[in-house]
Design a protein around this ligand. Structure first.
Ligand code: EPZ
Length: 419
């Protein structure tokens, strides 16, 4: 099994290019099935989750071919409506086939995704949304079976106990493009990845108003055509490299990063004492000087993103003083705490709060990654830990970070993948 070895103590310097967004590409891929002609998606990262979604598309009868960061999707043969357990268990975003299949084929059969390392991950809002559009939903033998002879526009309130849902907004948006009349999604997700999907659908010919706001209005039943489209840069990858520059007290220019998507992360880093400069070239992050502790509330966009919670924790673990991180989205997203503590961090969990007492130094250790962003946090900690950190279970990392060790190594980190 592959591992990543990091030897701490190097200061990162130079330029890194941020890849296309994984979480924007996945919904855009399924939305390409709504058109009658092929689409070409540009800026697509080479990641295992993208390969898994391409397999989902193949299973549904379409083609998806990735070449030189361009993904060619031809929905011509899209005539199957089942996303099997083998694929959904590998990647939960396979559930996006629910909205696409209902919209084009009037029927969807999708394996029920279970919980995962970061939380229970219910899908009640997805089901509520498509039911309100007129689909009849049954759950049997571990599968969601949704059927609709005709989808009809409706007003749907889509917030759950933790606020809006990215995935439910994606599914309902796709289904609503085929519904007769007007659909209004209240409390829609405003995350940049959802806005990217809205922009993609609009460019395909869909009538959608309110992208980036909590109220989306969709006029359904427009014929959609395939298009060329470039997905947004990955804001979580960008944030991870911003923390890498900060934690090593380095100086890194992030090319192609979208500053407008990074305001919560940039603001937090500035509060801590890191210099963050925005220019037409990208975002430049300069670490150094004395850092201050800071409290972080994880919230839906434009709040501080849950997908950056583990990474900011790695930084605060070595900032003198006490910081409190409150996770409000995923109830179990603190698994990295135990591994960071094995590296010498002093972090205590009290329900949804992690109390981080900054320590003067971390020491390298063999550690186990529990999810994608936890893996990144352990690498960040390894960059400043004394000695070697050996990160295991890096298959999580390969789902969401394109060539992370090559990119870090080019900035001067002592990092390599080992077998
Ligand atoms: C997306 O997951 C992202 N995944 C996650 O990133 C991210 O952490 C999350 O949004 C929040 O930003 C992708 O884009 C592929 P949600 P998603 O539905 O859509 C509750 C990563 O590391 N909820 O917005 O599954 C849910 O329990 C991944 O790249 C319901 O209650 O998240 C959570 O508390 C991890 N009922 C909150 O809403 C539902 O039906 C937000 O979840 C659906 C969700």
């Amino acid at each position: 099994m592959q591992k990543i070895s990091v030897k701490g103590g190097k200061t990162l310097k130079g330029t890194v290019e941020i890849s296309g967004s994984k979480n924007a590409t996945l919904p855009v891929m399924t939305a390409a099935l709504l058109a009658e002609s092929p689409s070409v998606i540009h800026n697509v990262p080479y990641l295992n989750d993208i390969k898994t979604m391409a397999q989902v598309l193949h299973t549904l009868g379409s083609t998806a071919c990735l070449e030189d960061h361009r993904l060619h999707i031809d929905p011509k043969g899209f005539n199957k409506f089942e996303a099997p357990y083998e694929l959904v268990k590998t990647m939960r975003a396979s559930i996006y086939s629910l909205g696409a299949c209902l919209a084009r084929l009037g029927e969807a059969k999708v394996s029920l995704p279970g919980g995962c390392a970061i939380g229970a991950r219910p899908i009640d809002l997805h089901l509520k949304g498509v039911e309100q559009l007129g689909a009849k939903v049954t759950i049997e033998h571990g599968y969601i079976h949704a059927k609709a002879t005709k989808l009809k526009g409706s007003t749907i309130y889509l917030a759950g106990p933790h606020g809006p849902s990215v995935g439910a907004t994606v599914n309902v948006l796709m289904a609503a493009t085929a519904a007769e009349g007007t659909t209004v999604i209240e409390s829609a997700s405003t995350e940049p990845e959802v806005v990217d999907l809205v922009n993609f659908l609009k460019a395909m010919g869909a009538h959608i108003e309110g992208g980036g706001t909590a109220r989306l209005v969709i006029e359904g039943q427009k014929t959609l055509k395939g298009i060329d489209y470039s997905v947004i840069p990955d804001r979580v990858e960008a944030g991870t490299f911003m923390v890498a520059a900060a934690i090593t007290r380095g100086d890194v220019l992030l090319k192609k990063a979208e500053a407008a998507h990074m305001t919560a992360v940039s603001d937090k880093l500035r509060q801590i004492g890191v210099t963050v400069e925005e220019s037409t070239e990208g975002i430049r992050v300069k670490g150094g000087g004395s850092y201050k502790p800071s409290d972080v509330w994880i919230l839906p966009y434009p709040g501080f993103p849950t997908d950056m919670q583990a990474q900011i924790m790695a930084l605060l673990a070595v900032v003198p003083g006490v910081s409190v991180i409150t996770e409000t989205i995923w109830e179990n997203r603190f698994m990295h705490v135990f591994e960071l503590n094995r590296m010498g961090a002093e972090i205590n969990i009290d329900r949804s709060h992690a109390v981080v007492k900054g320590v003067p130094k971390l020491t390298g250790a063999p550690v186990m990654a529990s999810d994608l962003r936890a893996s990144a946090a352990l690498i960040l900690a390894g960059l400043v830990a004394e000695g070697e950190t050996l990160v295991q279970r890096i298959y999580h990392l390969d789902r969401g970070y394109e060539k992370i060790e090559q990119k870090l190594s080019a900035l001067g980190a002592d990092i390599q993948r080992t077998n």
